[in-house]
Write a protein that binds this ligand. Structure first.
Ligand SMILES: [Zn+2]
Length: 94
């Protein structure tokens, strides 16, 4: 039993949020706030979304990427170390 416990419903909710806004990048902080889920949970989802499987499913994530919300507010996300950004590629449905 080396696998981590499944993220389950919260991950599904978080990823559906991205699906509704394909092409938009969010950092994990803003993403967590937008979906009202524990930032540690969405961070784990973001880590999983950097895998090839997730990319094949239409998602991507990267360390230190852009963020629709932070960038609009003019905050300097680049100064935050280790944060991740996530994006739906909009392929999962039509
Ligand atoms: Zn942000």
């Amino acid at each position: 039993m080396t696998r981590e416990e499944p993220l389950g419903l919260e991950a599904a909710v978080a990823m559906q949020f991205l699906d509704r806004q394909p092409g938009e990048w969010y950092c994990t902080d803003c993403w967590a706030e937008a979906v009202d889920i524990d930032p540690r949970t969405v961070y784990r989802v973001a880590v999983l979304m950097a895998t090839e499987e997730a990319v094949a499913a239409g998602y991507q994530a990267k360390v230190g990427g852009p963020c629709k919300i932070c960038d609009a507010m003019g905050s300097k996300t680049a100064e935050m170390k280790g944060f991740r950004s996530v994006q739906s590629l909009g392929r999962s449905k039509g």
